[in-house]
Write a protein of this length. Structure first.
Length: 121
């Protein structure tokens, strides 16, 4: 695990599939009910990154107040990934300075950026 390095979203998600493609991939994965830790983590990471991207898109289009629900969903998904990593990868939130929802979303971006290059579409 790497500490969140405050990657800008455009860097973290530069090679990501389109939002529509990612939705399809996540929907397919949710039907299969991941049975191993690495598959479950990938599902959580992809879902958290997708919700982060959607929240950023909503904020850019409609402003902060309109994006509140999308931000909340992204925050919850990011925390879901952090909790999973704490439980399965011995991640320490204190050691990683993961305290606020913003930190969790930075963590998602850093983890997605680290994971993404090893995948092909």
């Amino acid at each position: 695990m790497t500490a969140p390095d405050h990657l800008p979203p455009e860097t973290a998600y530069a090679d990501a599939p389109t939002i529509a493609q990612e939705l399809c991939l996540i929907a397919e994965a949710s039907d299969s009910h991941p049975t191993d830790v690495s598959t479950d983590r990938e599902f959580r990471l992809r879902k958290a990154a997708l919700l982060d991207r959607l929240a950023l898109q909503e904020r850019a289009r409609n402003g902060g107040l309109a994006a509140a629900d999308a931000d909340e969903a992204a925050d919850v998904a990011a925390e879901w990934l952090v909790e999973f990593d704490v439980a399965h990868h011995r991640l320490s939130r204190k050691g990683m300075d993961l305290v606020l929802a913003e930190d969790y979303r930075d963590y998602v971006r850093a983890e997605y950026d680290a994971w993404r290059p090893s995948k092909s579409l």
